[in-house]
Design a protein around this ligand. Structure first.
Ligand code: C2E
Ligand code: MG
Ligand code: MG
Length: 728
């Protein structure tokens, strides 16, 4: 057995210890540290070590410790053996790897990594062993350790076997079919229902969709307004869901803030997408709980049997993957399952790993996009936008990696770097041009933010009035008193505040009155819709501008690309514009040549905003006369695309385009250039929830199975492909 004398000493701050943990580590640690060399004390220490050993051997509890990186530096040997290892073999293992990342309901459990990165203490956290053949539950406690200088050195803690208690609690809850809080079916009931539905439907070749739903920011409400408020909120969520879904039996609360809906006989992804969007919109409306107003959001993952799985396990797992993707895409979204999500999930994990070292490896850089006065074309300031030059993947967009950084606890360090670098750069510009910096809601929720901002200003000598912090509406979702305090503290520094992405979230004009903003930035999507005939967004923008003027705030329209949009924006009296029509973001070097007051940019761009085309290029199959050609598809839109790879196809030819995974669309050639055809789809495609497109329906695996039974004779190809052409 590993000797308990491995426990190192001295660095424990006694004021950090509480009763449960003061136990052996506290006792021995301080004794060894303070009284080394003293014989009586040595005896005492020896006795304490023996007691520790007895305690560990009794199986009542065990101990662990880690270094600052979360790697095991000690673990009770008898426990290591229960895990099928030895203490020696486990040393150096990342502590969180000892436990499954799910709880007893199969819910994702990110609590432990979260607590560890936050360096929080925790008490009796129930965790399940990750080792095969060991299905014990452990109650894990731990406390962060700091050295004399206050530097975090790792964790020390204890564990106890709570398997028996867990089992009996689980059995008891299984007996009940309903969630006592919301009255919805519980996890046990819904999974039974799904099993029986899917089994029956497979026989009858019917389809069945499920949606998994997770509330965004529910935890914040729970933490700030308290559990009774959280409970009241969940009840209202359940009521809203029932109103949309109708059938009480088909909606369940799985636990926490996760819900599942079964939708029999729907496979139309257009309908499902609309329904998911309705659910998200409904759940994102403000709630009134116990006299407070609060707003949360929701993300939805959708999987459809038989296409995405036949068994309930597969279907739920795939819906969960889709849900994860929806959250990764920025929350408040829905996503359909597709097989590429497996790679996407792995990809995301790999990116997260790389992101941990990206800052120190110097892969991050800031670029600056001019903000232009809409009437005079004069640049009034710039917005700092972060770029990550990944060594293998090239430049990665912040909309991809910022959410990862937020989830992985890396945003604080990144945000601090951005503030510091932007201030440093701005201090070197000729003149007094303003710099805007994006602040994540996670930074905003940290009481240290004003200190970090003050430090960046102090270190670089930048005048506070030249720094503008861009904040999104989601900061209003937390504790109102905290939020008000933060606004006050930031304003006290003399910096400016801008409300970013207005029109994408809750768009409550009440926020504008309640917070000391200097500027409102109207989101690109909102402006884009305004140019569509019949849209009311123009009228809404006019109202925002009027209110902003009354409150002496500036307005900026974001993402203006075309001249017609610019014209509209000027007509609506929006004071500033940021968009490609003036300039993309430029590197620091270019700013050294320009000073505020003399820098004007002439707008340039397309006359009109083109209809949303996804300039995707992708390999697909084009089927004609039983022959399948490999073609490349470009400029996919809901109603058509270009295909390349076939030569001289006559106008009017009909193809079936195979996008994979049972997605077939009939397409007619409308234009034919030598090696490129413009095709129109007979069935329009629908949004996949993430800016992409998918077919409304898919060919059922039942049909495919039936078709392959009657092997059709393959006709000879009737078109020359460009590869034949090149070969000839
Ligand atoms: P944002 O703050 O709304 O920034 C504006 C985004 O719109 C930028 O995307 C910008 O390049 C893009 N954009 C500007 N004009 C046009 C246009 O005419 N057409 C189109 N299509 N796009 C335009 P970018 O740089 O990819 O940043 C995306 C988002 O990532 C930002 O949205 C912001 O929320 C976040 N972000 C960027 N840098 C940081 C940062 O340093 N810290 C934090 N926390 N978030 C950041
Ligand atoms: Mg911004
Ligand atoms: Mg924005």
């Amino acid at each position: 057995m590993d000797s308990p004398s491995r426990i190192d000493s001295g660095d424990r701050r006694d004021d950090e210890a509480d009763e449960g943990q003061r136990g052996f580590f506290g006792l021995i640690g301080s004794r060894i540290g303070k009284q080394r060399g003293d014989t009586a004390a040595n005896l005492h220490t020896h006795e304490a070590l023996l007691l520790l050993q007895n305690y560990e051997e009794s199986g009542q509890g065990w101990f662990w410790s880690t270094d600052a990186k979360g790697r095991l530096t000690y673990i009770t040997d008898s426990v290591a053996r229960l895990m099928g290892r030895t203490a020696g073999a486990l040393l150096g293992t990342v502590f969180t790897d000892l436990f499954l990342p799910v709880d007893s309901h199969g819910e994702r459990q990110r609590t432990l990594p979260f607590l560890l990165t936050k360096q929080s203490k925790f008490d009796k956290l129930p965790l399940r062993s990750a080792f095969e053949g060991d299905d014990r539950w452990w109650a894990i406690s731990g406390r962060p350790q700091f050295d004399g200088g206050g530097k975090f050195t790792g964790y020390r803690g204890s564990g106890a076997d709570v398997t028996a208690q867990r089992r009996s609690a689980e059995d008891a809850s299984r007996l009940a079919l309903y969630d006592s809080l919301t009255g919805l079916a519980n996890r046990f009931a819904i999974s039974k229902k799904l099993d029986t539905t899917l089994a029956a439907f497979a026989q009858q070749q019917r389809s069945c969709a499920i949606m998994l739903l997770d509330l965004d920011r529910f935890k914040q409400v729970n933490d700030t307004l308290g559990h009774p408020a959280g409970d009241a909120l969940l009840k209202q969520v359940a009521e809203r869901l029932l109103k949309i879904v109708g059938d009480k039996e088909m909606v369940s609360r799985l636990g926490g803030d996760e819900f599942q809906i079964i939708l029999p006989d729907i496979e139309d992804r257009g309908k499902l997408g609309d329904m998911a969007a309705d659910i998200i919109a409904s759940l994102s409306q403000p709630y009134s709980v116990e006299g407070s107003r609060c707003i949360i959001g929701a993300s939805v993952g959708v999987a459809i049997a038989p296409f995405d799985g036949l068994s309930s396990d597969d279907l739920v797992r795939n819906a969960d993957l889709a849900l994860y993707a929806a959250k990764g895409n920025g929350r408040g979204r829905f996503a359909f399952y597709s097989s590429d999500l497996h790679t996407a999930a792995e990809d995301r994990r790999a990116l997260e790993d790389d992101l941990r070292d990206a800052l120190v490896r110097g892969e991050m850089a800031l670029v600056y996009q001019p903000v232009v006065h809409s009437k005079s074309n004069m640049v009034s300031g710039v917005e700092a936008l972060i770029r990550w030059a990944h060594p293998e993947r090239g430049v990665i967009s912040p909309s991809v990696f910022i959410p990862i950084a937020e989830e992985a606890g890396l945003i604080w360090a990144l945000g601090e770097w951005v503030l510091r670098t932007a201030c440093e750069d701005a201090a070197n510009w000729p003149g007094d041009m303003r710099v805007a910096v994006n602040v994540s809601p996670i930074q905003f929720a940290n009481a240290d933010l004003p200190k970090v901002v003050a430090k960046a200003l102090g270190a670089t000598g930048l005048a506070p009035g030249r720094l503008e912090l861009e904040i999104t509406e989601s900061v209003f979702l937390g504790d109102t008193a905290e939020t008000a305090r933060m606004f006050k503290a930031l304003k006290a520094l003399g910096v400016r505040l801008a409300l970013d992405d207005f029109g994408t979230g809750y768009s409550s004009l009440a926020y504008l009155q309640s917070a000391p903003f200097d500027k409102i930035k109207i989101d690109q999507s909102f402006v884009r819709d305004a140019t569509i005939p019949g849209s009311r967004n123009g009228a809404i923008i006019a109202a925002i501008v009027a209110l902003a003027e009354a409150l002496e705030m500036e307005t900026t329209a974001e993402g203006i690309e075309s001249l017609d949009q610019l014209e509209l924006i000027r007509k609506l009296n929006v004071s500033h514009v940021q968009g490609y029509v003036y300039s993309r973001a430029v590197p620091q070097a270019e700013l050294l040549d320009h000073a505020e007051g003399t820098w004007t940019i002439k707008p340039a761009g397309p006359a009109r905003q083109r209809n949303d085309r996804f300039s995707l290029f992708r390999k697909v199959g084009a089927i004609h006369d039983n022959h399948r050609y490999a073609v490349v598809i470009r400029n996919l839109s809901a109603t058509g695309a270009f295909i390349e790879g076939l030569l001289d196809v006559p106008v009017g030819t009909r193809f079936v385009i195979d996008f994979g995974e049972g997605q077939l669309v009939t397409a007619i050639v409308r234009r034919s250039m030598r090696h490129q055809q413009g095709v129109e789809f007979e069935q329009t495609m629908v949004s996949d929830g993430n800016g992409g497109l998918c077919t409304r329906h898919r060919v059922s695996p039942y049909l495919i199975a039936a078709a392959t039974q009657s092997t059709a004779a393959l006709a000879l190809p009737s078109f020359t492909t460009t590869s034949d052409w090149k070969a000839a």
